[in-house]
Design a protein around this ligand. Structure first.
Ligand code: SF4
Length: 64
């Protein structure tokens, strides 16, 4: 199953990801994002791709 990755060294803490898709990413310590799921369920692939496309820092990837 596909997985999301977040590069916290490039993340700008915009918060966009956890506001856009709280089922996939949640707000963690110091307003850094944390993955809410280990793997992306098939019915949330489009939502995960929206996160990749919407991150202003290009910090989120979706990998197989
Ligand atoms: S959308 Fe991108 S830059 Fe903003 S908090 Fe999430 S990972 Fe960080």
């Amino acid at each position: 199953m596909p997985k999301l990755t977040i590069d916290l060294t490039t993340c700008k803490k915009s918060g966009q990801c956890y506001y856009m898709q709280p089922a996939l990413v949640r707000r963690g310590a110091d307003n850094l994002p944390e993955l809410a799921v280990a793997e992306v369920p098939a019915n949330q692939i489009d939502d995960a791709q929206d996160l990749v496309d919407g991150c202003p820092a290009g910090a989120i990837d979706l990998i197989d």
